[in-house]
Design a protein around this ligand. Sequence first.
Ligand code: ZN
Length: 58
Amino acid sequence: MQIQASGPEPKAVQTLTGPCTQCREIKEKRWEAVRQGNTHLAEATTVAMGQHLRAEHS
Ligand SMILES: [Zn+2]
């Protein structure tokens, strides 16, 4: 197993170990919206998730 030392990349580590705090918050909001049958809010959180992934995890 090789260890790649290409500098400190906390964001890359976060994507490997799991979703970040914001990811979890958005997912929880989406689940709550789905549970309440609020499709409009569910769609909004899906869009927010896509924007967050592009901004923070690309
Ligand atoms: Zn995230």
